[in-house]
Write a protein of this length. Structure first.
Length: 401
């Protein structure tokens, strides 16, 4: 009985506790917030724009190549008997400097033989001239007119022409022999930088043998690729009086920061690059190996180097220049107009690596939004740092209990 009473009393206590708890929750006061609304304009950064005249820069990439590049070869054969100390890779030579000497003995002998042949031919011509005089006197003694062909035979005109032709051939042979003798001495065709040499003393050379590679040291070219749409904004050198656009050559991978070379836009190559389908241009760089200046800060150009060419385009008048980072999708710009967001469609005339040059869509003194917004709605409220939002208030806030 005692256990049964204990269970009954415990159950009653649990039921009473549950009833009291339910009653407390049902009668507790409820707090209510009605009409609470906080409206805050988006904080943005802006930049004010104005129209002006600007000179954009077209950045192109290309490789350095020599303006003059030849493979030196022989025109006559023979044994090499002497090579200049300057005819080694890396050396510099002047125009007309002797680089290599082929044994001239055989060619001197040939010249002597040809000169002897010439003397014999001239002697034969003199003998024939004497015979001409005799024939003319005999013809006059006959006193009879002959036809033109017979008269020429009697006066020995064919023999005279033959003798003269023999003399002319002998003179040509002498000139050729003298020319071959001169060709045994190989000279530099222009002021050059020696890139390679393929012959040594004792080498037996045949006509046409390649002796080495020479490049001109007065000028190098940078062969660069430019988008076709930007070619019309560039100025090319038509002659010495009309120089091309200024170009700054930069080799970021090898040169120190701030180092560069200057050049001129030289020619537009009349064919697109096969792989990139871009226009090919040539930039002329004078004194590429820094041979005519004593400044140690100017870096030399190396053939085959991959460089950047910063080409100065023609001036663009009456446009607004805007950082390309502030352009939005679909060639639009965000403008802050009287505290509201306006989405403007703009007409971009030209773009370089950093800026867009806008012809229509923006006006002077307008404020372009530079902040990236997660929500873009026409007419949204905007404010800048230091401005107090006129809508930064809590309206119709009421708490009831």
């Amino acid at each position: 009985m005692t256990k049964k009473k204990t269970f009954i009393i415990s159950g009653i206590i649990l039921l009473l506790s549950a009833a009291i708890t339910l009653l407390v929750f049902m009668t507790a006061p409820e707090a209510q917030r009605e009409g609470a609304a906080i409206k805050t304009d988006m904080l943005v950064d802006v930049v004010q724009v104005n129209r002006g005249n600007y000179t954009p820069t077209v950045i192109a990439t290309g490789t350095v190549q020599p303006a003059k590049d030849i493979t030196l070869s022989t025109q006559v054969g023979g044994e090499v008997v002497n090579i200049s100390e300057n005819f080694i890779p890396g050396s510099f030579v002047k125009k007309g400097e002797v680089l290599l000497q082929i044994n001239p003995a055989d060619y001197r002998n040939t010249l002597q033989l040809r000169m002897s042949d010439l003397q014999l031919a001239k002697a034969d011509l003199s003998v024939e001239m004497g015979r001409q005089d005799v024939a003319r006197k005999d013809y006059e003694l006959i006193g009879e007119e002959l036809s033109g062909e017979n008269q020429d035979l009697v006066l020995r005109k064919p023999q005279l022409e033959s003798a003269r032709a023999t003399v002319a051939a002998a003179e040509a042979a002498v000139q050729q022999a003298r020319l071959n003798l001169q060709r045994t001495t190989i000279r530099a065709p222009f002021d050059a930088h020696i890139i390679s040499r393929n012959a040594n003393v004792g080498s037996q050379l045949a006509p046409g043998t390649e002796l080495g590679q020479l490049v001109g040291m007065d000028e190098y070219w940078v062969a660069a690729n430019v988008p076709v749409a930007k070619v019309n904004w560039l100025t090319f050198a038509e002659d010495e009086a009309n120089s091309g656009s200024d170009v700054k050559i930069i080799n970021a991978s090898s040169w120190s920061e701030g180092q560069y070379r200057t050049g001129r836009l030289f020619r537009l190559v009349g064919a697109l690059d096969v792989q990139t389908r871009m226009a090919r241009v040539l930039v002329s760089v004078p004194d590429p190996l820094v041979r005519k200046t004593e400044q140690d800060t100017i870096p030399p150009l190396m053939i085959g180097t991959f460089v950047e060419a910063h080409i100065q385009a023609r001036e663009i008048p009456d446009v607004i220049r805007l950082n390309r980072d502030y352009l939005r999708q679909g060639e639009t710009v965000w403008v802050m107009d009287e505290g509201k967001l306006r989405i403007r469609q703009v007409d971009i005339l030209f773009e370089d690596a950093d800026y867009a040059y806008i012809r229509k869509g923006l006006s002077d003194d307008e404020k372009v939004v530079t902040t990236d917004l997660s929500t873009v709605v026409e007419g949204s409220g905007l404010r800048t740092e230091g401005e107090e939002s006129p809508q930064d208030t809590t309206e119709n806030e009421e708490v009831q209990e």
